[in-house]
Design a protein around this ligand. Sequence first.
Ligand SMILES: [Mn+2]
Length: 328
Amino acid sequence: MSNYTEIIDKIKNSERILLTSHINPDGDALGSGLALFLALNRYNRIQSQLDENYMDKVVRFVLEDNVPGNLKFLKGTEMIENIKNVNSKYNFDLVICLDSANKERIGSVEKLIGDDSFVINIDHHTSNTRYGDIDCIENISSTSEIMYKFIKEMGIEIDTLIGEAIYTGVVNDTGNFAHSNVTTNTFLLASDLLEKGVDNSKIVREFYNSKSMSTLRLMGKALEDMVYVPEKKLVHLFISIETLKELDAKKEESEGLVELINSYEGSEVSLFLREEEKGKIKGSMRSKHDKDVNAIAKLFGGGGHIKAAGFTSSLSAEEIIEKVKAML
Ligand SMILES: [Mn+2]
């Protein structure tokens, strides 16, 4: 059970707890954080009932970005705060970072980590830089799957709301139970959550099948613009800021394009590049078989998993594509 006990002790002995997750939050970043947020609120309620002198812990879930539209169906997301509305002088004695392979991934939420804040790092990325005072890194499907085990270990009952948050995170990181990171434990988790009232079909409908018109137009543009390099079995795609503007699309609407282009039968590796600002490109890679894209992402100072990784670079799109081709 690794260091769960140590983390639980730390939580019990802290008063002001900050939960955060990575920038451009996906279903796992948000689901794992929301599950823990709801579990800690439940812990407060239970303790207040047991002891009339119990002082509720402050628990806040703060993100650099807004909650993406396709995750707003999760109850509790309305309590997630944007860093813009949080006083940076607020003093948290405990900070728990979720699904974030390095400290920079939490973006400007980092300024809420004070000199006295204790940092707990809970993640499933093998590339995690172990920046916490306690690091809980497990090589399993998702941070949400870690949360499932952790919340049970805390003795908190997983209700439907916590279950939906966890289930969404697992769906996000396993491609709805399709990737090779799925184990028998992942299916046991799914089975248990369904028993707790989680509506799997509703989650998939809300999460995947409620795209905006601009997201679909962006997918169309991606399919039109993607380039196949047969000798490398590579599909690459670059989306500029201008393209996003033309389609009236937000950058988070490009989530999933890296998987979409890798669905081509001839592709083994996909590379999706998105211009973040002039001179800064975010890259995502996926691998169908055994090509290690984590190793390639590391070349650019990024990382992730063998089959899914990302990075940020100041090189041009052409330069990045050439470097990646040379690695394949
Ligand atoms: Mn994840």
